[in-house]
Design a protein around this ligand. Structure first.
Ligand code: HEC
Length: 177
């Protein structure tokens, strides 16, 4: 006998069959990827520092790299140029994105490392070594007076640097990070 319940059951069975059929019939695009290639892009750093690589850097070393690879866009000493200032005491006074700076907005120091490593320099992302990224992160944090001028940043010290806006973020799924 036809009942709505049976119809739903049949429909879901059909869906299940179609789903597995379409899984089998792949368009044969792409090629298998090996572990090394995955590892090369498996570079996300969690807020607590999980995933940070070995290596270290100081603000002094970062200053040298910054002058060579970053200042053309971000200005001398991070004061801003064609691209945003990386060193600023600006307070957020409205809702415009232009108000946001590393110091007044980014909630976790580890995000600075993650972002630089994956995205900078803008024209050559992924070209920096981990020591260089630690040094640049240390330089930006020191110029923003969030660490001392000779504090070394590494996988242990960086996650301990508390960003000024850290407590103003609401973590939607705290158990997932
Ligand atoms: C060719 C220009 C250019 C160069 C060189 C460059 N950047 Fe950037 N940078 C940008 C642009 C454009 C953005 C904004 C990107 C976006 O929003 O996706 C940015 C964003 C950033 C941010 C995020 C800023 C924020 O407030 O969220 C950081 C940190 C940063 N760059 C660091 C660096 C460092 C360190 C270097 C040197 C290794 C560097 N950049 C070199 C153009 C550049």
């Amino acid at each position: 006998m036809f009942t709505p319940k049976r119809a739903i059951f049949t429909a879901s069975m059909l869906l299940a069959i179609t789903a597995s059929a379409s899984l089998a019939e792949t368009p044969n695009l792409g090629k298998p990827i090996d572990e090394a290639a995955i590892a090369n892009w498996d570079i996300s750093i969690l807020p607590d520092g999980t995933g940070l690589p070995k290596g270290s850097g100081t603000p002094a070393k970062g200053a040298v790299i910054y002058a060579e690879k970053c200042s053309a866009c971000h200005g001398d000493s991070g004061k801003g140029g064609a691209a945003a200032a990386l060193v600023s005491d600006k307070k957020i006074e409205g809702i415009s994105a232009a108000q946001k700076t590393i110091k007044n907005f980014i909630g976790d120091s580890t995000t600075i490392f993650d972002f630089i490593r994956r995205a900078m320099p803008f024209q050559a992302p992924r070209s920096l070594g981990d020591d260089e990224v630690y040094a640049l992160t240390a330089y930006i944090l020191a110029e923003n007076k969030l660490i001392g001028p000779s504090d070394e940043m590494n996988a242990q010290t960086l996650p301990k640097v508390k960003m000024p806006n850290h407590d103003n973020f609401i973590i939607r799924f705290p158990d997932r990070i």
